[in-house]
Design a protein around this ligand. Structure first.
Ligand code: NCD
Length: 355
């Protein structure tokens, strides 16, 4: 399958061909962030050095951090629900001394309510901010934004950047960066490891980006296990991407096949809002539920990750409580790392720190 799932995917998503993402290639300043495809292993290493530094700095109350983006403004433009991505970007910008703007009553009561299209809302944010964080239900919306921002930049004489905060069932690149940072932080990286992704691999943009990012790093002796019901399998274009990069893949609908050998287990929510048919969702929503009993067969030194939010896929309140107290639960650390990673991304693309 070389003419290929990936190009079919691009053709079926018109926005993806609008903007050609720029590889970071050692230089973050002035780059839109729309996909993990922009990052090399060296870029990641350099970025993570900054993340470690910022994390220490925040914890030590280092006041010099608030100089870094003191003259910058970030616009937060969220067309889909968000808690962590939105708040961690806002907190990140503020911890760097920057300001944050957003439509006062949420994007649904901005001119979007009057029927304004994405391009014009993006242009408006671009007139007031240096960087826009965009979450939108359409795949490739951040590519579209980047394209419009580049056009507008020529007219205005300054270019505003976009960072994707998740585009529909497409990608969530900064989530993958924080997920990978957490894996490096807690497990020393992906080489020699079995990473297991479980749940809604079809609609989950976090697993799309993380799987691709693992592929890009071409880790040695890494196995990626993809566990899902048949209906919710990882899209072909990503499976192909991984095959081309020689990642050992296991695809199964039986968690017990891989759980005892897994070093990282990445649990996900069934993405209820992406189903056309409610009955399909109901049929599948309890396919994989993580509970203390399930975790009992995992390695003692593995980590359990989850991008959150979580619902029934982590059991009832008592089961969650027990999971949260298990030392292998890494999802709260992962959530906290999100802010430090986003601080590093913001400062890097705004050019106030050089990874
Ligand atoms: C995820 C998302 O929005 O894709 N959440 C997040 O950004 N941390 C995962 C999800 O909604 O299930």
């Amino acid at each position: 399958m070389t003419d290929s799932a990936a190009s079919q995917h691009r053709q079926s998503q018109p926005f993806l061909s609008l903007h050609k993402p720029t590889p970071i290639d050692g230089s973050f300043a002035g780059k839109h962030i729309v996909t993990v495809d922009q990052f090399s292993k060296a870029d990641l290493r350099a970025l993570f050095d900054v993340v470690f530094r910022f994390r220490e700095g925040v914890r030590a109350g280092d006041r010099s951090l608030i100089e870094l983006c003191a003259t910058h403004v970030m616009a937060s433009l969220f067309y889909e629900a968000s808690t962590r991505t939105d708040m961690s970007f806002q907190a990140a910008m503020r911890r760097l001394g920057g300001r944050v703007i957003a439509a006062s009553n949420g994007v649904q009561f901005s001119s979007v309510y009057k029927g304004e299209d994405l391009a014009d809302s993006i242009r408006a944010a671009a007139c007031y901010a240096d960087v826009i964080v965009l979450r939108h239900p359409e795949v490739g919306s951040s590519y579209q934004a980047a394209w419009y921002l580049d056009q507008l930049g020529e007219q205005l004489g300054h270019r505003t950047l976009v960072i994707s905060g998740g585009d529909g069932v497409g990608e969530h690149p900064t989530q993958a960066l924080l997920d990978m940072f957490t894996i490096v932080d807690l497990k020393g990286g992906t080489s020699g490891k079995m990473i297991t992704m479980v749940g809604d691999l079809k609609h989950g943009r976090t697993v799309h980006s993380l799987a691709k990012l693992i592929g890009r790093l071409e880790p040695k002796d890494c196995t990626l296990a993809l566990v899902s019901p048949d209906m919710l399998q990882m899209p072909d274009y990503i499976v192909e991407y991984l095959r081309q990069r020689n990642i050992a893949l296991v695809q199964t609908d039986t968690l017990a096949d891989v759980l005892p050998d897994s070093d990282v287990v990445y649990w996900t929510r069934v993405q209820e809002e992406r189903f056309d048919n409610r009955a399909d969702y109901e049929a599948i929503r309890d396919a994989f539920v993580m509970t203390p009993d399930v975790l009992a067969s995992a390695k003692p030194d593995m980590i359990l990750m989850h991008p959150l939010p979580r619902k029934n896929e982590m059991g009832d309140a008592a089961q969650r409580d027990a999971l949260d107290r298990d030392p292998r639960a890494a999802y709260f650390k992962q959530m906290e790392n999100g802010m430090f990673v986003r601080m590093a991304i913001l400062a890097a693309v705004l050019g106030t720190v050089k990874p």
